[in-house]
Unconditional design. Structure first.
Length: 540
């Protein structure tokens, strides 16, 4: 490799002039990357942003230290380094960035940029310097001082692929196609924010793009990829989450372009399920769903497999199995499938015992976070975990509630079953893996469809739940819709919905409003053999 004359200098006058001459001849900027021994390790045509060193080629150094590489760049107009160059400097943790302004084959001025431990402004840009000024700087002294300041401040300002405080720093990407309404698109992004928060991530920003159709290789266009890359580096994100399912090849292409891990909505939901699974059967089904999702994505991702276990999309009972060979994974899927089948048989036996006792079963169904578990707790004095987050509970829970008929004073028992919450476009891997759980709905005497009326997209939630129920082999013909959280809704909205859904029940589980009405309507629902309480099919 070539070497500049003095390793203890940022650059020598002779080398700066050589770069200026080449730049003038080709009429393009160039970037030269130099290590601390003064060796030129890389030279490329383009800007600092365009010529970044891939993360895997950067020297492995602790987070408190700089990379040991500086970049000397040329430009054909007089201006300080732009934001893209500054972010590239931070992303690579360069020792320094020297930008030489070339006019008529001569270095007119120079700018020196170095990193500084300040979260708001993590770099310092010098005023315009002469060539003599920049070549006289004692680089070894400067870099020692800069690195000492960074070490004292800690590694936080150079977040790249690392996870700080156990939380992923997430940039969301939403792609709006013509087949989706503006409202549905925005609701989907808002829901994605809640999903990331439920997965214990931090949403830093959201990038949107409207397209006629999805780009087959990279989902979004090349220009948008550059914008995503810049924004991700600016906010120091370590994870990109797309609002739709993306293929394995699309994820790989995006990761190569952006340099940051990329996951889709399904992988995010799988991660939440992995965190929430408490019982052995829940962990079993999560592992099965993860393996079935990851199997077609194994090709070309061997290196990434070693990263599993740290953050969003990498947790769960089954991660360690993902590092094995495809045949081993397929064998494991077969074993899990057999255990799920055994679980179905076990549940069928329990349901048969219930039927022999002639105790009717009501299945609580609804969108995630609609308040099903809270309602079950209130009606049966159960102690199921509840939280204001998506998919707070996964495992089905059945409890008995005793209702006294007001006229006859007869005490009647009903079994209430809390089921896993639904979500718009529930990933097929989850729907298949959780079929043993969802069979609680199939075998129930009737359903109570719980809807969060306080949510701005409640109509879309109803539609999504109905779509998922229609995909199931068979469901109870009798159903009752219960609008929950009415205490958080204005009177005008409540009156409109009451008129639109005259057969529905309006309750607040937390405030215990309308619960007696719900109990009486539940008895009526069970006593009316084949009469279905219709739920209007609203367009969204």
């Amino acid at each position: 490799m070539s070497k500049i004359n003095q390793a203890d200098r940022l650059i020598t006058p002779e080398f700066a002039q050589d770069l200026a001459t080449i730049t003038q001849q080709i009429h393009h900027p160039i970037c030269c990357y130099i290590n601390r021994r003064g060796q030129i390790i890389r030279i490329s045509v383009g800007t600092p942003h365009q010529t970044q060193i891939p993360p895997e080629e950067l020297p492995r150094r602790s987070a408190e230290r700089l990379s040991g590489i500086r970049c000397v760049a040329t430009q054909l107009k007089s201006a300080p380094p732009d934001e893209a160059a500054l972010i590239a400097t931070m992303r690579q943790r360069l020792d320094a960035l020297v930008v030489l302004t070339v006019i008529d084959s001569q270095v007119k001025e120079a700018f020196l940029t170095y990193l500084y431990p300040d979260a708001e402004s993590p770099w310092v840009i010098s005023p315009p310097l002469s060539l003599d000024d920049i070549t006289e700087e004692e680089f070894d002294v400067l870099v020692e001082e800069w690195e000492r300041e960074i070490t004292e401040a800690g590694p936080g300002i150079f977040l790249s692929q690392e996870i700080v405080s156990g939380q992923d720093r997430v940039l969301l990407v939403g792609v709006h196609t013509e087949d989706v309404s503006v409202q549905r698109f925005e609701d989907g992004l808002a829901e994605l924010v809640r999903l990331v928060e439920s997965a214990k991530g931090i949403v830093l920003d959201t990038m949107r793009q409207k397209r006629d159709r999805i780009h087959p290789q990279t989902v979004v266009g090349k220009g948008k990829i550059e914008e995503i890359t810049l924004l991700a580096q600016k906010v120091r994100a370590n994870l990109i989450v797309f609002d739709r399912d993306i293929s394995a090849s699309q994820a790989r292409n995006l990761e190569q372009e952006i340099g940051i891990r990329v996951i889709d909505r399904t992988e995010l939901i799988l991660d939440i399920f992995a965190q929430r699974a408490r019982t052995q059967e829940g962990k079993l089904q999560v592992e099965l769903a993860q393996l079935e999702y990851m199997l077609p994505r194994l090709r070309g991702r061997g290196q990434e497999m070693s990263r599993l276990g740290a953050g969003i999309g990498t947790r769960g009972p089954g991660e360690t199995k993902l590092e094995t060979e495809r045949r081993t994974i397929q064998r494991r899927i077969g074993q899990l499938q057999e255990q799920v089948n055994q679980l179905q048989v076990h549940r069928a036996r329990i349901r048969q015992q219930r039927q022999q006792q002639e105790i009717p079963v009501l299945a609580l169904v609804g969108y995630t976070n609609a308040g099903k578990s809270t309602l079950l707790n209130v009606l049966t004095n159960a102690e199921i975990y509840t939280a204001d987050q998506l998919f707070a509970t996964l495992d089905p829970t059945t409890r008995k509630v005793v209702i006294t008929e007001p006229e006859t004073q007869e005490r009647r028992s009903i079994l209430l079953t809390d089921t896993v919450g639904f979500i718009h476009e529930l990933p097929p891997a989850l729907l298949d893996a959780f079929r043993a759980t969802l069979e609680e709905v199939v075998e129930a005497s009737a359903m109570i469809h719980v809807v969060d009326l306080s949510h701005p997209a409640w109509e879309s939630h109803i539609e999504s739940v109905l779509e998922i129920l229609e995909e199931m082999p068979e469901i109870p013909e009798k159903s009752l819709i219960a609008f929950n959280k009415v205490d958080q809704v204005d009177s005008e909205t409540l009156a409109r919905v009451q008129q639109e859904y005259p057969d529905a029940v309006f309750i607040s589980a937390t405030q215990r409003l309308g619960l007696e009405t719900l109990k009486m309507r539940s008895l009526q629902l069970i006593d009316e053999p084949m009469k279905t309480i219709a739920v209007p099919q609203n367009s969204y």
